[in-house]
Every structure is written in C-alpha cells, then in structure tokens.
Design a protein around this ligand. Structure first.
Ligand code: GTS
Length: 214
C-alpha cells in the first residue's frame, strides 16, 4: 500500500495516527506530494483524487481511496478488529457523528480560513484559491470564528467524557487532533478557558501513536 501525502500536515496526521495505532506503518510506502508547488492540482494527481487533496491511499490492486474517514475505515477493518471506527451500531454512529462535526466545525473551517484569509501555503497554490474574489477575506474570517466556536463545542463535549465520541479513543479524536494541529499552523489559539479541550490534547500527546505518528 502507498499513502500519497506530506508529512507533518494536518489531514495526513489523522491517517498517520491511524497507521501507528494499527501497527501498519511498516506496510506503507509514503509518496510525498508537494502542496506548496500545487502538485495536487495537476492532472497526474487529480487522476488519483479529483478533489485535489491529500492524503490518498493507493491499494496494491491500483484502487485509490481518498478522504481520511474512508482511509481510516479501510485500515481499521483490515484486521477484523475495528478499534477506531466502532463495533456496535451505536459506537459507529457516535464516532461518525462526532468526527463529521470535527471536520465541519474545526479542521475544514480552519482550512478555509488558512487558504482564503492568509497567504496559506504560498503563491503557487494561492493561484488555485479564487484569488480574484473580493469577499474571500471576510469569508475566511467567518470560518476562523466558526473554528473557535468549534473549539468551545469540543471543550463542552470533553467536560463530560474522556474521548471525543465516548469512552474510547476513536477516529473522532484523530479528526480533532488534526484540527488543533491545523489551528497551530494558522495561528488560531485555543481559548485558554477551554481547559477540558487543552487537557484532552495534552493527554492525547502522551499516546504513542500521536506522539510518534507513522
Ligand atoms: N476531507 C479531506 C480528507 O478527509 O481527506 C480533507 C483533505 C485536505 O483538505 N487535505 C489538505 C489538502 O490537501 C491537506 S492539509 O491541509 O490537511 O495538510 N489541502 C490542499 C488544498 O489545496 O487545499
């Protein structure tokens, strides 16, 4: 199997945590995609993932799987022991619900802010981010505010349980972790009063898969 991504970046981080959790790192060949050079917007990469984003998992039979959730589902089910995506219908539903909230209210909102209201990854990629649209700054700032609200939401959630979707570490935690990594890139601070979220983050970084992702 191959993963097309760029090490240390937020969405790739989500999948690299999964690889470490599942003990699969040694079975993966990593192929670097040069995001600042907009390699992911060129036809060779778009043939693998038409949405032009990383990570992408390439199976040995030539199948390409994009979206961290889909990649995580695949990797988590390879050994017949789905520790990250739930076992019971209730667990599966909770994990999906919470991870979707983490995408829309945190990591994706930060991505919109970062790529539209800041210089993002530089001029080569900015050319693909609607540079002529005069409303992009305001649109970006609104998504920054949305992300801060998302942090406040997850702080409330984590006041009541040890992990984002319940009693166990799951895919939902990996999505919030990716979101907070992206927040650091984009210089969006977690409000200091969000102590449950900050304590959860510190606890997560004691976890081997988060401290040393694949
Ligand atoms: N929903 C997608 C997923 O789950 O895989 C999001 C993927 C995504 O946005 N990846 C970013 C990307 O490719 C990488 S990172 O910002 O998280 O590091 N961005 C490129 C771009 O041009 O927006």
């Amino acid at each position: 199997m191959k993963i097309h991504d760029i090490a240390g970046f937020p969405n790739p981080f989500r999948v690299r945590i999964v690889l470490a959790e599942k003990g699969l790192a040694s079975q993966i060949e990593f192929v670097n995609v040069d995001l600042p050079a907009a390699e992911h917007k060129q036809s060779a990469f778009l043939a693998k993932n038409p949405t032009g984003t990383v990570p992408v998992l390439e199976l040995d039979d030539g199948t390409y799987i994009s979206e961290c959730t889909a990649i995580t589902e695949y990797l988590d089910n390879l050994d017949g022991n789905s520790t990250l995506t739930g076992k019971t219908p209730r667990e599966k539903a909770m994990i999906h619900m919470m991870q979707k909230r983490a995408e829309s209210e945190l990591i994706d909102a930060i991505g919109i802010y970062f790529h539209h209201a800041t210089p993002g990854l530089g001029p080569q990629l900015q050319a693909y981010k609607s540079p002529e649209w005069e409303g992009r700054q305001e649109w970006g700032q609104r998504h920054r505010d949305r992300a801060v609200q998302g942090m406040r939401y997850f702080d409330e959630v984590l006041k009541g349980r040890p992990y984002v979707a319940g009693e166990q570490f799951s895919m939902a935690d990996t999505t919030v972790l990716g979101g907070l990594l992206f927040a650091g890139f984009a210089q969006i601070a977690v409000p200091p009063e969000c102590t449950a979220l900050l304590e959860w983050k510190a606890r997560m970084y004691e976890r081997p898969s988060v401290k040393n992702p694949a």
